[in-house]
Write a protein that binds this ligand. Structure first.
Ligand code: FES
Length: 132
């Protein structure tokens, strides 16, 4: 694996940041890749349109672990409009790149973050009640 991946990817695979769940999360989102069966859950505490805390659990490949891990670092303290500007390319760039065939793993984290913002805006910040 080490020949394919940057030192940053390997660091996040072997020492993933912000792993676990969050008792006071007000947004919980899951994303999956039907092609490989991998899945990711983000637990997020959002207040005043800013991500105050985030943790994740995952069943996935090394690239999925690394991209989810670095994504939590990227969005910690980030306003939601900036979260929406993140995509798979930005997340992969934060790891000094990914092999082209692993970019779909990065997309799992990006799509989950976008879903989290949508969930927050339609439930916590909106009229609808969260489904628990
Ligand atoms: Fe499934 Fe990477 S191979 S997310």
């Amino acid at each position: 694996m080490s020949g394919l991946y940057s030192a940053k990817v390997l660091d996040h695979v072997h020492n993933p940041r912000n792993v676990g769940s969050l008792d006071d999360a007000n947004v919980v989102v899951q994303a999956g890749d039907p092609g490989c069966g991998d899945a990711l859950v983000f637990f997020i505490k959002i207040e005043n349109d800013i991500i105050h805390d985030i943790k994740f659990l995952i069943k996935g490949c090394g690239a999925a672990i690394a991209t989810s891990s670095v994504a939590t670092e990227l969005v910690m303290g980030m306003p939601l409009d900036e979260v929406l500007a993140l995509n798979d390319q930005v997340i992969a760039a934060a790891l000094d790149g990914l092999p082209e065939e692993k970019m779909h793993c990065s997309n799992m984290a990006a799509s989950a973050l976008h879903a989290a913002v949508a969930q927050y805006q339609s439930t916590v910040a909106g009229d609808a009640q969260p489904i628990v």
